[in-house]
Design a protein around this ligand. Structure first.
Ligand code: ASP
Length: 584
């Protein structure tokens, strides 16, 4: 028996008990006549003591030579500590060791296994198994496990069945590039790894499973923007005989359950915001509503004066920055530089200070008098002491720019409190989205999303105006889930494919199996998927997902620990009938 107890559970109630513990040497303090060793396992740290009077000379020497991260087993007696440590559960006791066995030695770890380590990101990723011994990573993984378990608890109670779907499949329609796997047995043919189990879960509905979920890996070969992973995890769900309202209620319930069980937070009914309103009020389809600073559209009060920049703009829009009038001229100039950075892309920024005496001082006083500026304040909801920041230009661009500014200022103001949870549904997304580069429309969610009832006719005349039965769940400025009510008849699906630019043959080749299935009594159905990595990170009060993933990839999509991806040898290539044609 390696252990009778773990390293986190012994307290004063165990004094005088004989115990056996196993774990890693966190650190030792050697005073010559006495040696203390911190023994660590997943559950905590227990202090061991060896002293000249009570420990044999040989064991004393052994203890003195224990290195960091040695794996040891000790037998001994629980005794009361002379100087207690109130910061850890085992802080009242220590183990007077009677037997010490070294189970395995360790070479010196490349970074310290401490909460605050001296190891940088790269080295920690290379030795991730050591990183996982550290509390911040260990606790994140335990936290993730708890979230997954609560997901399973809730959905099982609601009657969902967990079904696994295959990883070696054919291209799926989530809009990213596929990872592909060559098939040895089918020369020249490839599987694609699923970008999501979308088509399979719909087929499970045709198969009568009624309520499906799966905690599942998805694969998307995208250029990795910060904090994305090429393989990530979804809580993927689908239900039959449901309308949008049913789905929103079930998964609002799941989210509320998680917030309660995992964070101990009770949240009221989630607000719902139309996509159009989200864009108008926050310039963003995943607004952070933990704070106000809603957009005020100023065209009607700022145009038709003599200020050409505003007159020529499609949209003039501003936000009130609480307390922003305290910014110095220099600070405001820096803010203007910030919005002009290429990542944000604004051409400039107009501002108006809201003085405490109710007067205004703007950067465009030449064109706007106090009455005009008072209207700006009214529209943006600015109060004395605030600063109104105004951007103008092309509607979509300027909304994105002001949204970036709003988030940046909120961050600086410290009003994005990770302990506050503000979920909401964004609903009625457009069905189609115009690709500015190609001039073609593509599905904003995916091609199986149904248009709102009665809007199918609009597809020909005003494709951009058609709204979909599609919804996103947003938490603290992040999209944590999204889904839709699906098309469930072959004809509508065929119309959709046609509008997305598929020829009949292409649609049949790619999604014929689904269209076929729809001919055999497909029930009305819909669903959604949560991004588990991000959900867990947000519930855990953090912005990055990496520490919640045991073995993440770096920004170049590499696993630096196992050194993947890697070339394969010629024999393997030849078995797969592949020849390389490398560009570099
Ligand atoms: N498959 C979709 C996605 O990955 C989710 C859904 O529509 O259920 O975003």
């Amino acid at each position: 028996m390696y252990r009778s107890h773990n390293c986190g559970e012994l307290t004063a109630t165990n004094i005088n008990t004989e115990v056996t513990l196993s774990g890693w040497v966190q650190k030792s303090r050697d005073k010559g006549f006495i040696v203390w060793v911190d023994l660590r396992d997943r559950y905590g740290i227990t202090q061991l003591v060896f002293d000249e009077e009570r420990t044999s000379k040989q064991m004393m020497e052994q203890a003195q030579n224990l290195g960091r991260e040695f794996v040891i087993q000790v037998k001994g007696t629980v005794i009361e500590r002379a100087s207690k440590n109130p910061n850890i559960p085992t802080g009242d006791i220590e183990i007077l060791v009677s037997e010490l066995t070294i189970l395995n030695e360790s070479i010196l770890p490349p970074f310290t296994i401490e909460d605050k380590t001296d190891g940088g990101e790269d080295i920690r990723m290379k030795y991730r198994y050591l990183d996982i011994r550290r509390n911040p990573v260990k606790n994140s993984l335990i936290f993730r496990s708890k979230v997954s378990q609560e997901v399973r608890n809730y959905l099982s109670k609601e009657g969902f069945i967990e079904v696994e779907t295959p990883y070696l499949i054919k291209s799926t329609p989530e809009g990213a590039r596929d990872f592909v796997v060559p098939s040895r047995m089918n020369e020249g043919q490839f599987y694609a790894l699923p970008q999501s189990p979308q088509t399979f879960k719909q087929l499970l509905m045709v198969g009568g499973m009624d309520k499906y979920f799966q905690i599942v890996k998805c694969f998307r070969d995208e250029d990795l923007r910060a904090d994305r992973q090429p393989e990530f995890t979804q809580i993927d769900c689908e239900m039959a005989f449901v309308e949008q309202e049913d789905i929103l209620n079930v998964f609002e319930g799941l989210t509320r359950h998680l917030l309660k069980e995992v964070n101990g937070v009770e949240v009221e009914k989630f607000p719902r915001l139309l996509y159009d309103d989200a864009m108008r009020l926050y310039g963003n389809d995943k607004p952070d509503i933990r704070f106000g600073m809603e957009f005020g559209e100023l065209n009607h009060v700022a145009q038709h004066k003599d200020f050409g920049v505003f007159n020529n703009a499609e949209l003039v829009v501003g936000i009130a920055v609480p307390g922003g009038n305290s910014y110095t001229r220099k600070e405001i100039d820096k803010l203007i530089d910030w919005v002009k950075r290429p990542q944000v892309g604004a051409l400039g920024m107009v501002y108006s200070r809201c003085n405490d005496d109710g007067s205004y001082k703007s950067s465009v006083d030449k064109f706007y008098d106090q009455d005009d500026l008072a209207k700006w304040a009214e529209v943006t909801g600015a109060k004395p002491g605030d600063l109104i920041c105004v951007l103008s230009g092309d509607k979509n661009k300027v909304r994105a720019q002001l949204s970036a500014l709003r988030m940046e200022l909120a961050e600086r103001l410290g009003i994005r409190d990770p302990k506050v949870f503000a979920p909401l549904w964004v609903i009625d997304f457009p069905l189609l989205e115009l690709d500015e580069d190609t001039g073609h429309y593509h599905a904003m969610h995916h091609p199986f999303t149904s248009p709102k009832p009665g809007q199918l006719e609009l597809l020909d005349s005003n494709p951009g105006d058609v709204k979909a039965n599609a919804y996103d769940l947003v938490l603290n400025g992040n999209e944590i889930g999204g889904g839709s009510i699906r098309i469930h008849d072959k004809e509508t699906q065929a119309i959709m494919f046609k509008h997305l630019g598929f020829t009949e043959e292409e649609a049949k080749a790619q999604f014929g199996f689904l269209m076929d299935a729809f001919q055999y009594g497909a029930p009305p159905h819909g669903g959604l998927a949560f991004g588990l990595d991000r959900l867990v990170a947000i519930l855990g009060g953090q912005e990055t997902i990496r520490d919640f993933i045991a073995f993440p990839k770096n920004n170049s999509g590499r696993d630096v620990m196992i050194d993947a991806p890697a070339p394969i040898d010629d024999k393997q290539l030849s078995e797969l009938s592949l020849k390389l044609n490398l560009k570099s």
